[in-house]
Design a protein around this ligand. Sequence first.
Ligand code: B4P
Length: 190
Amino acid sequence: MRMLLMGPPGAGKGTQAVRLSAMLSVPQISTGDIFRANVSEGTELGKTAQSYMDAGEYVPDEVTNAMVRDRLNQDDARRGFLLDGYPRTLDQVRTLDDILAEQHGELDAVLELSVDSEELIGRLLKRAQESGRADDTEDVIRHRQEVYVEQTAPLVATYEQRGLLVRVDGMGDVDEVGVRITAALAERGI
Ligand code: B4P
């Protein structure tokens, strides 16, 4: 099972990916989580990523693509994966196509979570109070939404044209969304 999880910041990608990865028995590969782990370990990759993340900008494609290529080359990704938060740019879509052709095979599905923008901001501000992530200030949250609308939202159409897109309403509580995802995937025989 090779699947992508897309949606704006705060849509619940990370939250649902944990559950889905257990359900599908494949590793959850979150580019945001990998960057944050590198930031907290103080690696060179973390030093490069931090300023972009703190500003709500995407980390440059060449850095992100190299990191994902390495990660997908690891043994546990051979039997499938759930990619959470990648690709986010056209260059990343093309790179992923190359990696899949070289190392894996076709995607099975691309899941998109849709959530109203005020709800997204409310969720991320709530997280800011609870965990204090550096990119969860209101200005940066709004900027991340803009970057998503400009650079990532148009990519969803690419996967729709390929017949891979599964759109799920991400409004409501975590369990409600989880049940919708399971039902939508079951309709596709997943
Ligand atoms: P990510 O870590 O992917 O952060 P995100 O888009 O905000 O999504 P996240 O997974 O954290 O939020 P979720 O919806 O799960 O990226 C962070 C940064 O890393 C990016 O801005 C960028 O700088 C960099 N980056 C990552 N990937 C990149 C790439 N491919 N290229 C370049 N740069 C990249 O959860 C949000 C909150 O909502 C949580 O607190 C959660 O508990 C809550 N929540 C979830 N579902 C809910 C529900 N149904 N109801 C209420 N609350 C809910």
